[in-house]
Design a protein around this ligand. Structure first.
Ligand code: HEC
Length: 297
């Protein structure tokens, strides 16, 4: 290196060549960083979920009520036999910004569930019909019971699942994902959709233990959940297609609402605050000009 520098001092063309190789070196390093990591080529690594269109994405995003209702139906008829949503009360389904079921619908839904209550005056526990203020009863009494029924796997609670799962979109996209306006926060729902659609036969060299299924989108490419959806397994009454694709998008959107019921309010307030800050910055600028206008400089 020292020699090279000494030579460069004597020979300007050498200097140019050195600068050129330095610049191309940095450019190459950046290109290597920016290229998507081809993790999916390796059979051990999962594939990146496909990006979907969501009504609730972006600064002006709002939930699609019809979609939330369909998603709830899929959860109720399919996922709820294994997955709990401990944080969700029946009455939440009637609140603004969600599926917005009527009071009567919520009361009827709650009453169709049996809730464990007690102890009563004689010290006994008993079952009673649910009330809107009750939370959704879990399908299993405890984790051990769930694992025993599921060959050792544990179906996670779905209260915040849509926000607890995600994936890295890689450099440089992840830098933009945090910026207002460009922000992308739908990794969890994208993942759920790809997971539902990704079940497939394992490649010939992969042997799966019993109770495990092959899915290229799951970390490790295997999962202890049997494929829960099939075309036509849930009946929609609003004419939406009854396909795995539609079911998984609807249930993912519903899980997003469960995990973040106040998303619409958050986005509305955020937008208001940003507009205020922009106006305020303008006012501050003109105030500053006025205050300093008489000072010679
Ligand atoms: C037969 C029981 C069963 C049903 C029905 C079921 N699941 Fe699961 N689910 C599981 C089990 C068990 C796991 C844990 C798998 C593991 O740890 O390998 C799981 C895990 C998951 C995960 C987490 C995967 C991860 O990254 O850890 C998601 C998301 C999920 N299920 C979504 C759903 C959705 C959506 C439905 C309804 C359409 C559903 N499940 C229906 C049993 C079920």
């Amino acid at each position: 290196m020292l020699d090279a520098r000494k030579n460069a001092e004597q020979d300007p063309s050498m200097k140019r060549r050195l600068t050129f190789s330095l610049i191309s070196g940095v450019a190459l390093a950046l290109a290597a960083l920016a290229a998507p990591a081809h993790a999916s080529d390796s059979p051990k690594h999962e594939e990146k979920p496909n990006r979907q269109e969501w009504s609730f994405a972006g600064v002006f995003g709002r939930y699609d009520k019809a979609q939330l209702r369909r998603g709830f139906k899929v959860y109720k008829e399919v996922c709820s036999s294994c997955h709990s949503i401990k944080m969700l009360a029946f009455r939440n389904l009637g609140q603004p910004g969600g599926p917005e079921f009527s009071e009567k619908e919520v009361a009827e839904l709650a009453a169709s569930y049996k809730i464990k209550d007690g102890p009563n005056d004689t010290g006994e526990y008993f079952d009673r019909p649910g009330r809107p203020s009750d939370r959704f009863p879990p399908p299993f009494a405890n984790e051990q019971a769930a694992r025993a029924a599921m060959s050792g796997a544990y179906p996670p609670d779905m209260s915040v699942l849509a926000k607890a799962r995600g994936y890295s979109r890689g450099f440089p996209t992840f830098l933009f994902d945090a910026l207002p306006g460009l922000a992308y926060q739908e990794h969890g729902v994208d993942y759920i959709v790809s997971l539902m659609e990704g079940y497939s036969d394992p490649p010939p060299d992969v042997k799966l233990p019993t109770g495990q299924f092959y899915d290229p989108y799951v970390p490790g490419r295997r999962i202890g959940m049997p494929p829960p959806l099939a075309d036509g397994s849930v009946t929609y009454d609003d004419g939406a297609p009854q396909t795995i694709d539609q079911y998984s998008k609807d249930v993912a959107a519903f899980l997003m609402w469960v995990a973040e019921p106040h998303l619409e309010t958050r986005k509305r307030i955020g937008l208001g605050v940003l507009s205020f800050l922009i106006v305020f910055a303008g006012l501050l600028y003109f105030t500053k000009r006025k205050i300093w206008s008489n000072v010679a400089h």
